[in-house]
Design a protein. Structure first.
Length: 253
């Protein structure tokens, strides 16, 4: 397994936001993490990436215990993520937003930058090439020179994904990548996410839009901080506990 959590628990005072949560994501998979509002999905992401300290349990990445590591350390190990609220540089172009996200790989020292060394020039050329490749993957290459603030909502969401890809992750956590998109933007974004997997990136997705199930190999359902179901998209759709969690017990036949 590329990612595994064991007994993951998070308490905020007397509130248990996530309790004994286990998930496994194999390399090359697209796994969906779904559940009602307030179920604990984003909290799970924050625990995996070190934004919140774990109360108890463990997070394993590629067999290595990364519990308690800081977000930057987690990113350096190969876990990237997006956020529900998209952090963009609105006065930067699309391309500049991506190139500015190459903080981890490669790295030039102040000496290299100040004296315009061969290493610095080589790194800048690499970053520019990789940024254009990323924009092609997410379907934004035609708007590379547009200011981020002028993009429609769907393009801004995918620019957030592109910024995460600039960290060169092996595992990418996508937090509601389709929220607020129109049907055309959703279709384009689903194709982009599929292309990311084709480029060797393993993906864990939190999403309310059930069209995401078209992409998923497996789906894990969380409610009130606990896993209630896991299986194929078809199995999850038919699960009575899932139907009850989303719509109430009256909807269960």
């Amino acid at each position: 397994m590329l990612l595994e959590t064991k007994g993951l628990t998070k308490r905020f005072g007397g509130l248990v936001a996530v309790k004994d949560f286990d998930i496994q994501v194999a390399e090359g998979e697209i796994v969906g993490l779904i559940g009602p509002n307030g179920a604990g999905k984003s909290t799970v992401f924050n625990l995996i990436t070190g934004v919140f300290p774990v109360t108890s349990g463990r997070v394993l990445f590629d067999g290595r215990d990364i519990t308690g590591k800081q977000p930057e350390q987690v990113a350096r190990l190969g876990i990237g993520r997006t956020f529900q609220l998209n952090p963009l540089f609105h006065e930067f172009t699309v391309l500049e937003n991506v190139t500015s996200s190459f903080e981890l790989h490669p790295h030039s020292s102040l000496f290299d930058i100040f004296f315009n060394t061969r290493k610095y020039r080589r790194n800048e050329a690499f970053i520019a090439e990789r940024a254009h490749e990323i924009l092609h993957v997410v379907g934004l290459e035609r708007v590379a020179d547009e200011l981020a603030k002028n993009l429609p909502h769907g393009h801004q969401k995918m620019l957030g994904v592109a910024r995460a890809l600039a960290t060169r992750p092996r595992l990418l956590l996508l937090d509601e990548p389709l929220s607020g998109m129109n049907p055309s933007e959703i279709d384009t974004s689903l194709e982009a996410i599929r292309s990311m997997r084709d480029h060797g990136i393993t993906i864990l997705i939190v999403e309310h839009n059930m069209q995401i199930l078209r992409l998923c190999d497996r789906v894990v359902v969380i409610s009130f901080g606990q896993k209630i179901c896991e299986g194929s998209p078809a199995e999850v759709r038919a699960n009575e506990e899932v139907i009850s969690a989303y719509f109430g017990a009256d909807y269960v036949c």
